[in-house]
Design a protein around this ligand. Structure first.
Ligand code: GUN
Length: 302
């Protein structure tokens, strides 16, 4: 069997087009422009790339984009003041504080200072609780993107066996909640799981979010299963002509062997990655609609 390779880039473009259309309608019908604020503390190069990309795509969708770039030695009090000002700003509907924060800052404290209605990352303890109890919440972007790809390819997920590998607050735990919400039988596997290959072999749906390059081989996969690869790992790939090291992006899944067994697999790059920012835009639109007493658009929320 050869797996269908899921085109996350094309699907993300479709989601962004839907968001753009709704934003234009919000403006025309209600005179409202959704606004997203991104707060970046320090100069982590990967975070800077993400933040630039978020800002560009926010503007392309017709939304207002605000960036707060703070120095690496910003005090907790100053950062909390920036968050408080954004909470009070009626033109801002979504607030994202880029993680990881420098180690002198308490991430939980900062995230929980964001107004839950503006928490487009879905990391605030209130949103975590709302999701866990099946209530309307803001849903973390990467798991939401995975859910959209799964529903698009499989239709109903009801009754399927799902294994999420990884138990992070950003991906693993919310992913498991979303799959449970769609009536899957869910297992969360992690570094202490016994017989991980056997656990994964039972799954109709595998979501790999561990951050270990090419950890999941094809012989762990049930024939026909759908495999969603959340990993983004840079590995050595020899040397360039000028002698400098060459690197390559790979996922948590060994793509070549998995593609021979799975029914569908998301590639890295071009799978889940582009969905994350598309879902951030969708969440900002959702937050803006709810802030104005309007229904959030169908299909862009969990
Ligand atoms: N760092 C890596 N992924 C994320 C994310 O989804 N949200 C935030 N705020 N920071 C991140």
């Amino acid at each position: 069997m050869t797996a269908t390779v899921i085109d996350g880039k094309a699907f993300a473009a479709k989601v962004r087009a839907q968001v753009t259309e709704h934003v234009a309608r919000l403006k025309a019908d209600h005179g409202i422009t959704p606004g997203l604020a991104v707060v970046l503390v320090g100069e982590d190069p990967a975070s800077q790339v993400y933040v630039r990309s978020k800002g560009k795509q926010t503007v392309e969708a017709g939304m207002k984009s605000v960036e707060h770039k703070l120095s690496a030695d910003t005090s907790e009090a100053d950062l909390l003041q920036v968050v408080a000002d954004l909470n009070a700003d009626p033109t801002i509907h979504g607030i994202l504080v880029q993680l990881p924060l420098p180690t002198h800052l308490n991430e939980d404290l900062v995230i929980n200072a964001i107004d839950p209605a503006k928490d487009v990352d879905g990391f605030h303890i209130s949103n975590v609780g709302l999701l866990a109890t099946g209530q309307k919440s803001m849903v973390p972007c990467t798991p939401l993107g995975c859910l959209m790809l799964l529903r698009d390819h499989l239709g109903s997920l009801s009754g399927k066996d799902a294994v999420v590998i990884g138990r992070s607050n950003i991906v693993g735990k919310p992913m498991a909640q979303l799959l449970l919400g769609d009536s899957c039988t869910v297992t969360i596997a992690h570094s202490r799981t016994k017989d991980l290959p056997d656990v994964v072999r039972r799954a109709d749906i595998v979501v790999a979010a561990v951050g270990r390059p090419q950890m999941v081989p094809g012989d762990w996969i049930k024939p026909g299963a759908m495999v969603v690869d959340v990993g983004i790992n840079r590995i050595d790939a020899g040397v360039k002509e000028d002698g400098s090291p060459r690197t390559r992006l790979v996922g948590d899944v060994d793509f070549d062997s998995v593609a021979k067994v799975a029914g569908a697999v998301t590639p890295v790059p071009g799978g889940v990655g582009p969905m994350t920012i598309a879902c951030l835009l969708a969440n900002t639109l959702t937050a803006c609609c709810r802030a104005n007493g309007l229904e959030a658009p169908e299909g862009l929320t969990a």
